[in-house]
Design a protein around this ligand. Structure first.
Ligand code: NAD
Length: 259
């Protein structure tokens, strides 16, 4: 018996990092998972791993900033599995980190489109299916950077998109509660994934919250957590364990937000 038996989960950014780890954990708990991303090779690898472990998964190509692509991907998920119960808007980029007078309008727009517009699009196209299912759980990956700065000078576009996700999540939680749809955000601290390598930095300090975490743990690599630390929190929020939790952001950061 898994905690997500008979559930179908749609996860964006599922080819890598936090999304891939959450897809594996959801599948271990019995969910059928739809992996949406723009990395077909990596996505198919995650799908194959999940199926080799006895789970059920589908990869769909989907640029989350493109309305038509998101609509199509959610349709594919529902066509394949007949329902939708859990939606995880997780795909995101750090984008360009640069001093504000050097950050270009198109760089700002790309970060908002990939992180914030995508969250709206994913929720917008998924909600009719959640209503039809009689309820559901929406999860959003924000960041400690949505409310804190740490040492991340230059991350203005990223931080604005992550703060926007939290505000959006709270309003959606308020709006959708009467449909038995819960909505929550996870706010990771530094997590060991590919995202830093995919960041363009100009004239700013190297990314990293190089601090000794309150939750001191020698296994943590310079303050980094692991994707599964976030994935386990998502299992709680997506499953019946979190049935009375809606409208909150949960920090998964080893206590970094205390500093
Ligand atoms: P990652 O780069 O390993 O994974 C991100 C995934 O999103 C990739 O598979 C990528 O292909 C996908 N993606 C990017 N743009 C996309 C698009 N337009 N359409 C579809 N998919 C797209 O990074 P991660 O750390 O696992 O990031 C996941 C989320 O976690 C992001 O929203 C990120 O902002 C957030 N986050 C990460 C950290 C961290 O330290 N790793 C900290 C706080 C928040």
């Amino acid at each position: 018996m898994g905690m997500l038996d008979n559930k179908v989960a749609f996860i964006t950014g599922a080819a890598s990092g936090i999304g891939a780890s959450t897809a594996r954990r959801f599948a271990q708990e019995g969910a059928r998972v739809v992996l949406a991303d723009v990395q077909p090779e990596e996505g198919e690898r995650v799908r194959a791993e999940i199926e080799a472990a006895g789970g059920s998964a589908l990869y769909v190509e989907c640029d989350v900033s493109d309305a038509e692509a998101v609509r199509r991907a959610i349709d594919q998920a529902v066509t394949a599995y007949g329902q939708l119960d859990i939606v995880f808007a997780n795909a995101g980029i750090n984008g360009v980190w640069a001093p504000i007078d050097e950050l270009q309008p198109e760089e700002w727009d790309r970060t908002q489109a990939t992180n914030l517009r995508s969250t709206y699009l994913t929720v917008h196209y998924a909600v009719p299916h959640l209503k039809r299912a009689g309820g559901g759980s929406i999860l959003i990956t924000s960041s400690v950077n949505g409310t804190r700065t740490f040492s991340s000078a230059g991350a203005s576009a990223y931080s604005a998109s992550k703060a926007g996700q939290v505000a959006f999540m709270k309003m959606i939680a308020l709006e959708l509660g009467r449909h038995h749809i819960r909505c929550n955000a996870v706010c990771p601290g530094l997590i060991h994934t590919q995202i830093s390598q995919r960041t363009e930095q100009r004239g700013t300090d190297k990314i990293g919250i190089k601090v000794e975490l309150p939750l001191g743990n020698p296994a943590l690599n310079e303050g980094e957590g692991e994707p599964v630390d976030v994935a386990d929190t998502c299992v709680f929020l997506a499953s019946d364990l979190g049935r009375h939790v809606s409208g909150v952001e949960i920090y998964v950061d080893g206590g970094a937000s205390l500093l």
